[in-house]
Design a protein around this ligand. Structure first.
Ligand SMILES: *Cc1c(COP(=O)(O)O)cnc(C)c1O
Length: 413
């Protein structure tokens, strides 16, 4: 496959790794299980260690199978470089381990994946100031910035209430102030949206979710989009400033985040994720269409109190979502009217499965307040707009009519 032509999203993912010859003409990058990599010339080993030539040394820092996946994700995001991690949380954790020091300040969206929210609480206990703001309004983000603010962190479509941060204007504000802008793109995936387009310097993807799609492997990634000027970032060690500034951030994250903390992606998981990623675009088309059909049916039903889905004109950020994203996503949440018990409702569903993953090919449902948002308590749930009866739906690729019938029949019963 030639490097020159501007191929489409799926062609690029399928054929991108053939720009280098794959061993024995294998159509899939092989699963390299070796932890260490040997050299016939000891000087070459030293040269690889010193970063003077590319190569693999020890599995925690890199592996050929993982590296092929990194290239695929990098192409999807249009990045300068991508690193993979054992999980999405491993990727987010590495940002904080590698880039923040005591006395720094972070502004984060208050509408966050629950474990990221929990991670921020940990970071806050270690001398980094964290302010949570409603990032759907740029004024809140601007008001929270301080002289020592290093990072603004938001998600695209928040899970589970689907609020959408004012992504473009936050990007402009960060660019003006020289602040690193990090966007967790898990809910949209690079098929629906590239955060690089709104100035994000680093992009997080939980590969576990829609990119893999099958729910059989955990993984995460960080992509440097090239949009951030690392010479403006104060916490880069002199050691990692040898290459061009565009590589400083990713070099420090690889050493201080991935190598030192060790949340490395295994080659078997990388292989599973790479195979799943081949059908990302096809699955997203189907899951987004299914989500829209379900959300519209539920919103029209008098027994449903509220439906939160960016594809509905009633959603507060419907217009922004339409401008920024190719489609409105495969996740929505809804609240039943008083008198319908959410557990009884879920138990009546015949296709959708009560489970906590998302981005799977199967439709998964979960009572949010009683599970993934249970630990934080009722007060913080209320402040995040999480109703006690809220049901999150991660929509799969099942046939549309079957899904609509399943969710409707469970109301009728
Ligand atoms: C699931 C998820 C993560 C964490 O990914 P894991 O692979 O489960 O660690 C991070 N951010 C978002 C938005 C997620 O949905």
């Amino acid at each position: 496959m030639s490097e020159k032509k501007n191929y489409g999203f799926t062609t690029t993912i399928l054929h991108g790794d053939r720009q280098k010859t794959i061993e024995h003409g294998s159509l899939h990058k092989p699963v390299h299980t070796s932890v260490a990599f040997g050299y016939t010339d000891a000087r070459q080993l030293a040269s690889v260690f010193q970063g003077r030539e590319p190569g693999f040394r020890y599995g925690r820092q890199g592996n050929p199978t993982v590296s092929a996946l990194e290239e695929k994700v990098n192409k999807m995001e249009g990045g300068v470089a991508t690193l993979c991690f054992a999980t999405g949380m491993g990727a987010i954790g590495a940002v904080f381990q590698a880039l923040l020091r005591a006395g720094d300040h972070v502004v984060s969206s208050s509408f966050l994946f629950g474990n990221t929210n929990s991670l921020w609480q940990t970071v806050a206990g270690q001398g980094v100031g964290v302010d949570f703001v409603d990032a759907t309004d740029i004024a809140n983000v601007a008001a929270a910035l301080k002289d020592n603010t290093r990072i603004v962190f938001v998600e695209t479509i928040a899970n589970p209430r689907t609020q959408i941060a004012d992504l473009r204007r936050i990007g402009e504000l960060c660019a003006e102030k020289g602040i690193l802008y990090i966007v967790d793109n898990t809910m949209t995936t690079p098929y629906l949206f590239r955060p690089k387009a709104v100035g994000a310097g680093l992009v997080v993807n939980a590969l576990t979710k829609s990119i893999a799609g099958h729910g059989i492997a955990l993984g995460g990634s960080l992509t440097d989009t090239g949009a951030y000027d690392w010479s403006r970032y104060p916490n880069i060690f002199e050691n990692y400033k040898k290459a061009a500034p565009s590589m400083w951030g990713i070099t420090q994250i690889r050493a201080k985040g991935l190598r030192d903390f060790g949340a490395s992606l295994g080659p078997e998981a990388a292989h599973h994720i790479a195979v799943g990623a081949e059908t990302l675009a096809l699955r997203m088309e189907r899951t987004c269409a299914n989500a829209k059909a379900l959300a519209e049916m539920l919103e029209a039903d008098p027994r449903v109190a509220a439906v939160h889905y960016p594809g509905l004109p009633s959603h507060p950020q419907h217009r922004i979502a339409g401008e920024l994203f190719k489609s409105y996503g495969s996740l929505f949440s809804f609240e039943l009217k008083d008198g319908i018990d959410c557990f009884d409702y879920l138990n009546r569903l015949k296709i959708a499965i009560p489970a906590s993953n998302l981005g799977d090919t199967r439709t998964l449902v979960i009572p949010v307040a009683h599970t993934i948002f249970y630990e934080m308590g009722a007060e913080r749930r209320a402040s995040m707009g999480i109703a006690e009866s809220l049901i999150r739906v991660s929509v799969g690729i099942e046939d549309t009519a079957d899904l609509v019938d399943d969710f409707k029949s469970a109301l009728d019963a």
